[in-house]
Design a protein around this ligand. Structure first.
Ligand SMILES: Nc1ncnc2c1ncn2[C@@H]1O[C@H](COP(=O)(O)OP(=O)(O)OP(=O)(O)O)[C@@H](O)[C@H]1O
Ligand SMILES: [Mg+2]
Length: 268
């Protein structure tokens, strides 16, 4: 399929192919029932924007998808693969750490805090995982890293250390670093909310470019302009449940649930 790179495949064709399927996901932290039966599908090449009040469980959903948390009940599939488990004889068996690591390599994640390695240049940050984890030859990784830094508008900053870069530049390096592993899914958890307002735009532009290139993305953000422009679905969560979801224009323009209405009246 060329749709991943060209982004020109007919939408209907993509719609037929879910990449992420979350079914009946529950998560407890101790007695605290944080996710209460989440069902969510993200089709290949689509952008799913997740919004909701603080504590509603948005980050936890992304962290479950990326196996930074174990799940308490339910299933998550990426493509045809069950995440974290193997089904055999009607039972679920834990995957080995090695199998989990292999699944996690298919998913890139970008956090609110950029978490770059401070003692490495932008370039070194981007080549680290491909070389150390995937065994990519250093020369190939460097070539690719330059392409990726160029793509996020930082071709001139390859030799800079994180402390020499603005927050927005660091976040763009973090995006390039995630892309260097060639993930089939990218997760963003409030990637712009720690940034000074004037730095938000450049990061959003990189994310929009990525969305238009056909990357499948789940994005937790309060940037409703982003949702409207490139979102295929807007999911509103409250108290560990999906309260409302639909096309961003629909949900933003005509929210049906009172809780969605109340939330949007505060952020729009
Ligand atoms: N590791 C943890 N241990 C215990 N409770 C946790 C843990 N992580 C999250 N929680 C709780 O789970 C609930 C959902 O948290 P989560 O971080 O997913 O919310 P969120 O929607 O991302 O909020 P925010 O908008 O503030 O980032 C919160 O009540 C939080 O306190
Ligand atoms: Mg969060």
């Amino acid at each position: 399929m060329t749709s991943q790179t060209t982004g020109t495949a007919p939408t209907a064709e993509r719609r037929a192919h879910p990449l992420v399927r979350i079914e009946g996901l529950h998560k407890f932290f101790g007695d605290h029932h944080v996710l209460r039966g989440i069902d969510l599908t993200v089709n290949r090449g689509e952008v799913c924007v997740v919004v909701g009040p603080s504590g509603s469980g948005k980050s936890t959903v992304l962290r479950c998808v990326n196996q930074l948390e174990t799940i308490s009940a339910g299933r998550i599939f990426i493509g045809d693969e069950l995440i974290g488990y193997r089904e055999h004889g009607g039972r679920l068996h834990d995957l080995t750490p090695r199998q989990i690591a292999a699944q996690r390599r298919e998913v890139g994640m970008v956090f609110q805090r950029f978490n770059l390695f401070p003692h490495m240049t932008a370039l070194q940050n981007v080549i680290e995982a491909p070389v150390q984890v995937k065994g990519v030859k250093k020369g190939d990784a460097v070539k690719r890293a330059h392409e990726l830094l160029d793509r996020v508008g930082l071709a001139e900053r390859a030799g800079h250390y994180p402390s020499q870069l603005s927050g927005g530049q660091q976040q763009r390096v973090a995006i390039a670093r995630a892309l260097a592993m060639e993930p089939e899914l990218m997760l963003f958890d409030e990637p712009t909310s720690a940034l000074d307002p004037e730095l938000v735009g450049d990061v959003l532009e990189v994310m929009k470019d990525l969305a238009r290139s056909g990357m499948t993305m789940m994005v937790v953000t309060h940037e409703m302009g982003f949702a409207r422009e490139v979102g295929d679905t807007l999911v509103f969560m409250d108290q560990g449940a999906v309260v409302e979801s639909g096309h961003p224009r629909e949900v933003l323009g005509n929210p049906k649930n009172p809780r969605t209405q109340e939330f949007l009246s505060k952020v729009l």
